[in-house]
Structure formats: C-alpha cells, structure tokens
Design a protein around this ligand. Structure first.
Ligand SMILES: Nc1ncnc2c1ncn2[C@@H]1O[C@H](COP(=O)(O)OP(=O)(O)O)[C@@H](O)[C@H]1O
Ligand SMILES: [Mg+2]
Length: 320
C-alpha cells in the first residue's frame, strides 16, 4: 500500500471580484509516494505545493480528482490520527509557552499526563528548544516557531508527516538539525512528504522527488536515477601541467575545456569519448600530477531548471 496516492487531483480557485474566473492552482496531479520514502515536493513559489498539501489534509476540497493517504480517502478520521502536518506559516496562540502548546497537542491525541510530559520533553530537546520550553511563544523568533511547528507535527509519532517548507526561517544549524530529525523519522519507518523550493534540502534528504511548475507535474523520480541519468564527462584537476602537455592533449581532442586555477594547476573537462584513465596516463607521462577525478553529471538543479523552463505558463481557463 502506498503512503500517498493522488489521481488527477485538480484545484481551481476563482479569482477576480467583478468577473470571477477560474485559475488553475493544481492541474491533474497524479502521484504515488511509497511508505518509508522521504519525498521532496519541489517547485518555485506559486507552483501549487501548498495547495496540494492542503488537499491532502482536506483543509480545502478538490475541484476534481481524488487522493488517498494510507489507503483511505483523505479526511478519514482514523488516518488523521496517524499523520502529522506542519503548515507553511504556523501560527499559534502566542501567550502559551512552547511546553504548554505541545502538551495541549499531545492531549488531543489522548496521551495521559505522564506520557505527555515525556513526549514533550523529548521533542523539545530534539528540535533544539529545550532551554526555552517555559518561554511564551510571542517571544520566539521565526526559526524557533518553526521548530515548535515541527515538534507539533510529529508529537503523535505519525506514520506520514507533511511538512510545508520545513526549512523556512531556519539558519544553517537549524536546517541541519531538521534534516537529522527527518532522517531519524525515516529510520523509524515514517513517510515524510515535504515541500521546498530549496534544492539542497531535497538533495540532502530525499529518496524521490516530484517537481511542480505552474500547477503541473513536470518531472518525478528517484534521485539516484536522475543523478545517474547522464554522466556527460569527467572533471580532472591536475597540478604541474605544462602548456605543451595541455596543447598536446587538446590537439588529440581529449580536453573539452581547460580552466587555469593558478600556477600550473588546471581543472580539465574530459569528454566521454576517451577513457579517462588513458588521458590521465598520458598527462602523467608529461609530468602532470592528478589531484582529483570526478564524473560530471546532471544535478538536481540542472534537472529542475530544465523542467521549470519548459513548463507552460497560462493558468487561466478563460472567462467563466
Ligand atoms: N485561496 C486562493 N485563491 C486564489 N488563488 C490562490 C489561493 N491560494 C493559492 N492561490 C494561487 O494558487 C497558486 C498556487 O499557490 P500555492 O499552492 O500556495 O503555491 P506554492 O505553495 O507552490 O508556492 C498561486 O498562484 C497562488 O497565488
Ligand atoms: Mg507554499
């Protein structure tokens, strides 16, 4: 059973006051997220990520299409107990302390007083705000509130957790702590579905991604496949490369590009046509010393930009 399935999930908003017309926020999204996946839902601002998450939480209703979470239609009461959600801009009653707020959420899930205290204390430490547990939320920074939001989302040990831009407002240390938390959740077997417009977060965390642009799915798959996708050459860094050796290799068509890094150090781009070890041996025979050799392959960023650039932009459906 998949953790999340959507079938042609579609949401139109009506925009404009005098002559409201439909606007396609999400266009026929069909997606499968396996159990135990850390799934990155990527796309630029306005792509439809938050709309999708709200549909999966049944905070809004689709215009057409359907969605299942843990094998049940969204909104199923039993499933709600087994999921967690961090909204995009969490907003809490801010005269409560972090501890009081989390105890309140824990009580909604029916935990008794001892279990509540245990969970809240452990989670506050895990998200890095243990020392501020007795501080009112109105004194919290954006990054600290984001941590409270994340703690709130996982207080019930959810099987599926939805994070809408979990890294927003966090500094590099905070981002790393949240990454570690996500990986711990994965190790416990949870499915994590998170939206982001920051690719490095996805690259560090995800097993699979989907890319949304202008309300449409434009690419999806396992990151390992995408990265393996296209090895388009090699990058070789060498020391002690003489101009004569460089010219010689160039004349044989073995160097697609050479960037001087200062002194006799160069970054060379080698084409795929000749095995890199042959080129290496040749250069070494001329006295060059290899420093590193790396495959050049498409990155998530290349993939993302290629797909975003190709997506159509018209989202109106004409006058209604
Ligand atoms: N309640 C709404 N009414 C009208 N348009 C909306 C509403 N909510 C979102 N939109 C529009 O739908 C598109 C997708 O929004 P959203 O899902 O928030 O994108 P993302 O989270 O990817 O940045 C945006 O163009 C946004 O302006
Ligand atoms: Mg959003």
């Amino acid at each position: 059973m998949d953790a999340i399935r959507t079938e042609a999930l579609t949401k139109h908003y009506r925009v404009g006051f005098w002559r409201p017309r439909p606007y396609v926020a999400l266009d026929a999204l069909t997606l499968r997220v396996g159990r135990g996946d850390v799934f990155g839902f990527l796309g630029p601002n306005g792509a439809g990520k938050t709309t999708t998450l709200k549909l999966l939480l049944q905070l809004i209703y689709p215009t057409s299409g359907r969605a299942d979470v843990l094998g049940r239609p969204v909104g199923d009461v039993d499933v709600r107990r087994r999921i967690g959600y961090l909204p995009e801009n969490p907003c809490f009653y801010d005269y409560l302390t972090a501890e009081e707020l989390l105890e309140y959420f824990a009580s909604l899930f029916g935990y008794g007083p001892a279990e509540r205290r245990r969970r809240v204390a452990a989670l506050l430490d895990e998200v890095g705000i243990g020392a501020e547990r007795r501080l009112q939320l109105r004194k919290f920074s954006k990054g600290m509130l984001q941590r409270v939001g994340i703690a709130q989302a996982v207080i019930n040990d959810p099987e599926v957790v939805f994070f809408d831009e979990p890294m927003s407002g966090l500094d590099p240390l905070g981002r790393r702590e949240i990454r570690e938390l996500v990986l711990r959740m994965r190790d416990r077997g949870a499915t994590v579905f998170f939206s982001s417009h920051v690719l490095s977060d996805a690259e560090a965390l995800c097993s699979r991604v989907a890319i949304l642009a202008h309300g449409r799915l434009v690419g999806s798959g396992a990151l390992s496949d995408m990265a393996a996708f296209q090895v388009r050459g090699w990058e070789l860094v060498v020391n002690n490369l003489t101009p004569a050796a460089l010219e010689h290799a160039r004349s044989l068509g073995r160097i697609a590009r050479a960037d001087a890094l200062g002194g006799s150090r160069y970054a060379l781009e080698l084409p795929l046509s000749t095995p890199p070890e042959r080129i290496l041996a040749d250069l070494a025979a001329h006295g060059a010393q290899p420093v590193s050799l790396n495959p050049l392959r498409e990155t998530l960023e290349d993939f993302y930009l290629r797909h975003i650039a190709a997506a159509p932009t018209d989202r109106g459906l004409g006058a209604a």
